[in-house]
Design a protein around this ligand. Structure first.
Ligand code: 5GP
Ligand code: ZN
Length: 133
């Protein structure tokens, strides 16, 4: 847990989240300002800043969960595809300095433009319930 880190605070339960999946190493929850419906963030509970300072064991665990969670999201929402995004450094658009993987569902012909849209709290709560694993 890093004091100044919002995702550590979420992993620690100090800040609430719309949780989708949790185990000893990993937490997944809905992005509060999603690119698209069902936009999920997957993080290791252990703090690291980005891909390069994440230890291999933790990273392996996270990526395997990303696969499992993406498959689940695809099945529940019936999307046609999805992105897995992972930004490193300000230059790459990283705004939260706790390593995280985005899972962003796609539907054929949808107008996604990788812009955050202010999430509706009721909709997010209902969606998290549908997606909870
Ligand atoms: P980055 O640009 O760092 O790859 O992505 C950070 C993401 O975290 C953004 O999509 C943003 O909407 C999301 N985010 C920022 N603060 C919070 C928060 O407090 N809770 C949740 N669930 N998502 C957050
Ligand atoms: Zn952190």
């Amino acid at each position: 847990m890093r004091n100044d880190c919002i995702f550590c605070a979420i992993a620690d339960g100090e800040i609430p989240s719309f949780k989708v999946y949790e185990d000893d190493l990993v937490l997944a929850y809905l992005d509060i300002n999603p690119f698209a419906k069902g936009h999920v963030l997957v993080i290791p509970k252990l703090h690291s800043q980005g891909l390069l300072d994440t230890d291999d064991e933790t990273l392996s665990a996270v990526v395997v969960r990303v696969k499992r969670i993406a498959a689940h999201v695809k099945e529940v929402l019936g999307c046609d595809g999805f992105h897995v995004l992972q930004n490193n450094g300000e230059a790459a658009g990283q705004t939260v300095r706790h390593v995280h993987f985005h899972i962003v569902p796609r539907w054929t012909g949808d107008p996604l433009n990788f812009v955050n849209h202010k999430g509706d709290m009721d909709e997010l709560a209902a969606l998290a319930e549908r997606l909870r694993m």
